[in-house]
Each structure stands twice: as structure tokens, then as C-alpha cells.
Design a protein around this ligand. Structure first.
Ligand code: PNS
Length: 173
């Protein structure tokens, strides 16, 4: 009995968890593609929405969380959470060994490289892992999706249905 308990504890302790942080304003099919890849590499992915975002998001924290919950509803080993403060502190608190970031193009690289190295300097135990989304999502960004929706364009190829709907409501004329 004791052995079984210890075994279960060992499984829990050796669980490989990664944080996938971002603004998710709003979540796009590119984010979902990265989550799909990350969940094959880790036991659990925590999709972590930054709550102290300095970017003046279009969607409130609650809206961004709700849209992520809807998009990830039926997906195993993915949890949605919010965080404020330093990402690496959140990663340590969650006992995560890695931070996942999507890398779409060389233009992403400079900022991502800087952030990864700064996070490593702050907390050496958390590795940053870059994953490339499917080619068809390499030009996709939340910023462009918002711009297209604001100008009345169709965003249904780029975001999950509920996100397209929510964008439609935000920009209803
Ligand atoms: O989707 P985004 O906007 O590219 O995500 C950026 C995010 C939220 C991951 C980044 O701004 C972040 O980690 N913020 C938390 C504060 C922090 O730890 N800053 C130091 C980074 S080196």
C-alpha cells in the first residue's frame, strides 16, 4: 500500500509541466497549433494569460480566459490559468520545467531571444522551448486578426468560431 502511494507520488513529482504564456488577445488558430504540439511533449501544459498586460488589450482578462476555455474545452492535459508578476516566478510556483513560445519568423526571434535569456538569468531552472506553428499560421497574429475584424473583414479562417463571434460583437457597426 505504502509502495503504491510512493509510486503515485513519484509520478506526480516527475510530471513534466510547461507554461505557455501570452496575452491571448484573442487566442488564434496559431496559438492552438502551438498548444497541440506542446501537449505531445509534456504531461501538462498551463496556458497562462498575462493579467498585467501593458498592451491595453481589446478583450478583458475574463473575456480572454473564457475564449481560451471554450477553445480548449475538449483537450486533455491543457489547463488555462492567469498570472501576474514575473513569468518565471509563476513557472516555479507551478513546478514547471519549461516555458513554451511560438516562433513564426525571424522577426519574432530578436525579442524572443532576449526574453528567453533574461528569463534564464532570472531563473536558471526554467528552460524556454520554441515551437514553430504550421506554415499556414506563420503570418498570423492576434494584432492582424483584430485589425481585419475592426475593418469588417472575415477572420473565420484564423480564429476559433467563438472568437470570431466575439470580435464581431466588439466591432459591430
Ligand atoms: O503574447 P505576448 O504578448 O507576446 O506575451 C508576452 C508575455 C506575457 C509572455 C511577456 O510579456 C511576459 O512574460 N510577461 C510577464 C512579465 C515578465 O516576466 N517579464 C519579464 C520577461 S523577460
Amino acid at each position: 500500500m505504502l509502495d503504491v502511494g510512493r509510486g503515485a507520488l513519484n509520478v506526480l513529482c516527475s510530471m513534466k509541466r510547461a507554461i505557455y504564456p501570452g496575452s491571448f488577445d484573442p487566442v488564434t488558430n496559431g496559438h492552438l497549433d502551438v498548444i497541440g504540439r506542446a501537449r505531445k511533449l509534456f504531461d501538462e501544459i498551463v496556458v497562462a494569460v498575462a493579467s498585467n498586460d501593458e498592451k491595453q488589450p481589446l478583450f478583458s482578462l475574463e473575456e480572454r480566459l473564457a475564449l481560451l476555455h471554450q477553445a480548449l474545452d475538449k483537450i486533455d492535459n491543457v489547463r488555462v490559468a492567469q498570472f501576474d508578476g514575473l513569468l518565471v516566478e509563476f513557472a516555479v510556483a507551478e513546478k514547471a520545467s519549461a516555458v513554451i513560445r511560438g516562433l513564426r519568423a525571424v522577426s519574432d526571434f530578436e525579442f524572443e531571444f532576449q526574453m528567453a535569456l533574461m528569463n534564464r538569468k532570472l531563473e536558471d531552472s526554467v528552460e524556454t522551448i520554441f515551437l514553430m506553428p504550421k506554415e499556414e499560421y506563420t503570418y498570423l497574429s492576434s494584432r492582424l486578426v483584430k485589425e481585419i475584424a475592426r475593418l469588417g473583414g472575415n477572420v473565420s479562417d484564423f480564429v476559433p468560431g467563438p472568437v470570431a463571434e466575439a470580435l464581431g460583437k466588439k466591432f459591430a457597426r
